[in-house]
Design a protein around this ligand. Structure first.
Ligand SMILES: [Zn+2]
Ligand SMILES: [Zn+2]
Length: 144
């Protein structure tokens, strides 16, 4: 996500755009008592802008303001399997004791892809229970 050069937050979710364009933007605040957001119903913005976003003219103006300030280029640092270098491997989870049994201390904070982990298990002791666990993708995958 591109960062906002004014506040450092994600550009698409910060409110600098409204402030810089001169709107009286008012952040809604969380109200502990009623467990809901409170504040101005349209955050101090014209209803149209609040509901549909900026008109194209203002959008352009905002882009000029951004350009002038200097945009922060979004640079991707891909996650790699630390063994085979696979980009963005599917994440999976195994119990800590299993992880520590197979993965050497220096690599325990690394990302290891499923095929590599399976290979490591096979190389070390080939524990059939662990290998069965690794085949049960439905339980292990929480992403991808
Ligand atoms: Zn911002
Ligand atoms: Zn790998």
């Amino acid at each position: 996500m591109e960062r906002c050069p004014f506040c450092g937050w994600q550009l698409i979710s910060c409110s600098c755009v409204f402030k810089k364009l001169g709107y009286a933007y008012k952040e809604k605040t969380w109200d502990e008592e009623t467990k809901s957001l409170r504040g101005h119903p349209t955050c101090g913005l014209p209803k149209d802008v609040y509901e549909k976003g900026l008109p194209p003219k203002q959008e352009k103006k905002w882009h000029k303001i951004l350009e002038k300030k200097g945009r922060i280029p979004y640079i991707v640092y891909p996650l790699l399997c630390s063994r085979c270098g696979e980009h963005w491997p599917d994440f999976f989870m195994v119990p800590d004791d299993v992880w520590e049994h197979y993965v050497e201390p220096m690599e325990r904070d690394s990302i290891i892809c499923m095929p590599c982990f399976r290979e490591i298990v096979t190389l070390i002791d080939g524990d059939p229970d662990v290998l069965a666990l690794l085949n049960d993708k439905a339980i292990l995958h929480f992403h991808g």
